[in-house]
Write a protein that binds this ligand. Structure first.
Ligand SMILES: [Zn+2]
Length: 516
């Protein structure tokens, strides 16, 4: 059976095109990652999920994949700064907001990076081959800016270094923003600088010795513009010609438009062939916003704070939804179409994911029993997988793909007394479907270091102190009637390999291994 070819909508040409990798059967692509100043919300993850599904689909048709996805841990100017051009950037604002929690901006970035990676794994997203951090590539960015100045693509003012948009062809082709007036009217990351030659020109380097994150440069202390980071890291890891670039629709302009201009100036030819952008989602029919109360981070839904009343009761009552159900929900709309995220969809998705898990359990039992009998599943499941893959190859038609896969579940559910042969066919189909869609079981739990309990890593004394502290917290929670929090602490202790025993005269604990 020959594999279908992968087709994606290319923002650059406004057409759905077959993806033809530069290297035969090897897709190389760059995905814009998060700016790590807050917990990522479900709309952010809709975009990261698109990159994961492109990878999985390419792998399913037998291609190799090299994906680079960055972490923006450098403060940068954004649209928000238009209202306050001399003001602070997102990371600096975050530090001012959370100054008591973090000693400095690097701690803040580290905290949100780790949280982001946890969410990434919880949603069963495969790890990119390279995950470069902007702060670790500032020297390379500086070199690129110097090169652009020397080649006449950039110029300096008292405030910094700007890219000269008129020095390259095709600026505005991706976004359709071509007129200077239009650009001025559009929100963009301009810096108010009377020495700028063209309103469209954008910052490559900002002179600012007082900025919380600053580096030394030929133009004094300062920090790089946001766009240069992705040009530099993309070309460093994927070369000066690669296949595809992904990101959220908000990145089309100015970020990706500017990246294309920088790439062209640095490489002296176009660098990326296909651009894929994910639409924002709405929540319950409205734009997601904190003021409307419909703004959800991933962890609001999968591990909610029991006290946080903005999280719906139905989510808090069950201590959060299965992360695979959240993933499944985000797949109920095709990535480039508007998608309305609702609690109903989320709960329905949770039921579907549960069905996958029940079927997987039943298949496991049938494999053990290994009963004689015919294989009535091979033909229908083959056909269903072919349709699932075809839907994914058709510009990631995830609603059609998940609907097809659910037919497979129904087939298995309706087959009574699974034979050993059928159980094996069903197991293979579940594995294949999970490799493509990632909705059957987590690929991370399996290789979680279950035996590598932290008790081995911590010294006995520091572990005892930590446990005593957790137990005191738990006692306080119980005394206050906060049983959900008390239970959560017990779970934490259990994960540390500690058994908690409530006695009439107080709480005792023991290592599970000691309990034998
Ligand atoms: Zn980027």
């Amino acid at each position: 059976m020959s594999s279908p070819s992968l087709r994606l909508y290319n923002t650059l040409t406004h057409e759905t095109e077959p993806v033809e990798p530069i290297e035969d059967e090897h897709l190389r692509f760059y995905s814009c990652g998060p700016t790590v100043y807050a917990y990522a919300h479900i709309g952010n993850f809709r975009s990261f999920l698109t990159a994961d599904l492109i990878r999985r689909t390419a792998e399913a048709i037998g291609w190799d994949v090299t994906n680079v996805s960055n972490i923006t841990d450098v403060g940068h100017l954004t649209q928000d700064d238009l209202v306050d051009p001399g003001g602070t950037d997102k990371m600096q604002q975050a530090l001012e907001r959370e100054g008591e929690r973090f000693a400095n901006i690097y701690d803040l970035a580290r905290h949100y990076t780790e949280a982001f990676l946890e969410d990434w794994r919880a949603l069963n997203l495969r790890e990119p081959e390279v995950r470069p951090r902007a702060t670790e590539h500032v020297t390379e960015q500086l070199h690129a800016v110097i090169e652009l100045v020397e080649a006449g693509h950039a110029y300096t003012t008292d405030q910094g270094v700007y890219f000269s948009v008129e020095s390259v062809e095709d600026y505005g082709r991706l976004s359709g923003n071509t007129e200077a007036e239009q650009l001025e009217a559009t929100d963009r990351d301009v810096v108010e600088d009377p020495q700028k030659r063209d309103p469209r020109d954008f910052a490559l380097w900002k002179h600012d010795p007082d900025h919380l994150m600053h580096w030394h440069s030929p133009w004094g202390w300062g920090y790089p513009g946001w766009h240069i980071e992705c040009s530099v890291m993309g070309m460093q890891y994927l070369g000066d010609r690669f296949d595809l670039h992904t990101g959220g629709e908000d990145l089309i302009f100015p970020h990706h438009e500017c990246e294309i201009a920088q790439n062209r100036a640095l490489a002296e030819h176009p660098v990326v062939n296909y651009w894929a952008h994910t639409r924002f989602l709405q929540v319950e029919g409205e734009k997601m916003s904190k003021s409307k109360g419909n703004f959800y981070t991933v962890r609001d839904l999968i591990a909610p704070d029991p006290e946080d009343t903005h999280v719906p009761d139905s989510i808090r009552e069950q201590d959060g939804i299965d992360p695979l159900a959240l993933r499944y929900t985000l797949m109920q709309g095709q990535y480039r179409k508007p998608f309305n995220f609702t609690l109903d969809t989320l709960h329905t998705a949770a039921r579907h994911v549960r069905r996958y898990q029940d079927v997987a359990d039943r298949v496991e039992e049938a494999l053990t029993a290994d009963a004689d009998g015919p294989d009535r599943l091979a033909d229908p499941l083959d056909d269903i997988y072919a349709r699932t893959l075809a839907a994914m190859c058709d510009d990631l038609n995830t609603p059609a793909a998940t609907a097809a896969a659910l037919e497979g579940i129904k087939h298995i559910e309706q087959t009574d007394r699974l034979s050993g042969a059928e159980a094996q066919t069903a197991r293979d189909w579940l594995d294949q479907t999970n490799a493509l869609l990632g909705i059957v079981e987590s690929e991370f739990e399996a290789d979680a270091p279950a035996d590598d309990a932290p008790s081995d890593a911590l010294s006995a004394d520091s572990l005892s102190d930590a446990i005593d502290e957790l137990l005191a917290d738990r006692d306080a929670a119980r005394a206050d009637g906060e049983y959900a929090r008390a239970d959560a602490i017990r779970d934490t202790l259990e994960a540390l390999g500690i058994e908690v025993m409530d006695r009439p005269d107080g709480t005792e604990w023991a290592r599970k291994s000691d309990l034998g």
